[in-house]
Design a protein around this ligand. Structure first.
Ligand code: DX5
Ligand code: ZN
Length: 223
């Protein structure tokens, strides 16, 4: 049984103090930090860019999992690579050159991820899998934290997991992002998710370590 990785999404926190907050995060529980980069164009919301990622890296040893919700990532990918995250995930819908961008990320020694919105058929990225280390399946329309989980994501995870399995690409990881909580985490894990992003469910009430411990317990209990 593979270990499930939990990636709390920091946009659900108070971003003005996140550099301090991360010092209290237990690296034994929190495997990754999910960074939602939004450009106000690909998605209606605007967050932060490569400078912020580079700064956050000086405050924590927890690997940074950057989710780029930006148009034409090919125009700025060099800057995100230079910021030194653990992973960089681009959206299939955001570029005409996904393979080239994925290759650039990989060549830099960074995990290369490809993401699909809920309305994009899973099959759209099958031919990109040889260039990707990770697929991020969105279970909400991207842009905001705290939205409700979209149920069809379960079938999409199953379909993708079975394709990856039957194609002999066991190293491609599946990440799920959007509306995950203690009630549905076990189901997304059973359906094939190995990296689970949690925004609201990780930060609500303020005790991130406790929330993540609960989520891991629930994920493993019903597996
Ligand atoms: C949505 C983001 C998600 C979001 C997750 O555009 O990509 O990472 O912050 O937050 P929750 O878990 O609250 O949906
Ligand atoms: Zn995200």
């Amino acid at each position: 049984m593979k270990k499930i990785l939990i990636s709390p999404s920091i946009i659900a926190s108070d971003l003005t103090t996140i550099g301090e907050q991360v010092r209290g995060f237990d690296p034994g529980l929190i495997d990754l930090l999910h960074l939602d980069v939004m450009d106000g164009n690909f998605v209606p919301n605007l967050t932060f860019g490569p400078g912020f990622i580079a700064s956050l890296k000086t405050h924590t040893g927890i690997p940074l999992d950057a989710h780029l919700m930006i148009e034409k990532p090919e125009l700025s990918i060099d800057r995100y690579i230079a910021a030194g995250p653990w992973s960089l995930t681009i959206h299939h819908e955001s570029t005409r050159f996904p393979a080239r961008v994925l290759q650039q990320i990989r060549d830099a020694g960074i995990i290369a991820g490809i993401s699909i919105n809920p309305s994009t058929p899973v099959e759209a990225i099958y031919d990109l899998l040889p260039y990707a280390d990770m697929v991020l399946v969105m279970s909400v329309d991207p842009g905001f934290y705290g939205q409700a989980f979209m149920e069809p994501a379960i079938g999409r995870l199953e379909k993708l997991a079975s394709f990856i399995d039957s194609s002999g690409m066991p190293d491609v990881r599946i990440q799920i992002d959007g509306g995950i909580n203690t009630e549905n985490i076990a189901r997304v894990v059973r359906a094939g998710a190995q990296i689970v992003v949690v925004g609201n469910a990780a930060f609500k009430g303020g005790d991130v370590n406790k929330n993540v411990r609960n989520l891991i317990e629930r994920a493993n209990k019903d597996r």
